[in-house]
Design a protein. Structure first.
Lengths: 154, 154
């Protein structure tokens, strides 16, 4: 194991259940939605406005993985700032509503648990629930991610 | 609700627990790893080989969201081919190992459950577990996704 890349930022000791962190926002343009989808999720309802009308979505929608990737960017640029970076081992993900062209996405993260590791004294695990909202304050994604948090060096 | 965009492909009636579907493979180049990360996950260990050496990863690693996006592409291009497309409402995700530059990723999906909807007679839900392997047959991602499956039109 190597030491955290960044010594700035929050350590395990700085995190507590119920803390909330915000991030900036990003506008999801139709071009970006289609560009992402052409590379990673080239289904008609993600790449073609006309074809999308006849789909479940009834119009162009972003790939859920695009919403997830943009959420990650908002998390990196937001208030959270974990020492050593935001490194997840996994989590639970849901997309209650699609992201649409023109949507303005923002995030709100809440610390759900903080657990020191028994076997690795230098670290612990934090469950962070990040909700991604559109401009109508509707949730387009909810992610409960297990993140590594480092203990403050002695 | 609109009808499925594509009438080719598998319906709920064609899916059964234990079915396995494969996909092609894709090589994860360092340039693509850094390009994805610069846009969505610009942390040192995803964008800079030198800085990555001092991180948890000990070298350049792909963003987990990049592994997820590439997995989606393999799923779309693979054997699964659901009528109406691959549309997920969420799921559970884990990244047991990082994806490294030069890794050759492939997927294997297994149907874990098939559940007709009680309230919507035209559809149901399928839980599909997709494992993403590297060229050493190590699992770099496991995703259990809840997907919509349409019933075959009468």
């Amino acid at each position: 194991m190597n030491s955290p890349a960044s010594l700035n930022g929050r350590y395990l000791e700085d995190l507590a259940v119920g803390q909330v962190f915000h991030g900036g926002s990003v506008r999801m343009e139709a071009d970006a939605i289609k560009r992402f989808a052409r590379e990673f999720d080239p289904q008609p309802f993600h790449v073609d406005e006309t074809a999308a009308v006849d789909s479940l979505f009834g119009g162009l929608a972003a790939s859920g993985w695009h919403t997830a990737a943009v959420t990650m960017r908002l998390l990196i640029d937001g208030e959270l700032r974990l020492a050593g970076g935001v490194i997840g081992s996994g989590g639970e993900l849901s997309w209650p509503l699609p992201t649409r062209p023109g949507d303005e996405l923002r995030i709100e993260s809440e610390v759900m648990s903080v657990t020191p590791s028994r076997s690795r004294p230098e670290r612990g695990m934090v469950v962070l629930r990040t909700r991604t909202f559109n401009q109508r304050d509707e949730i387009v994604q909810e992610l409960s991610a297990k993140l590594i948090a480092w203990r403050r060096p002695a």
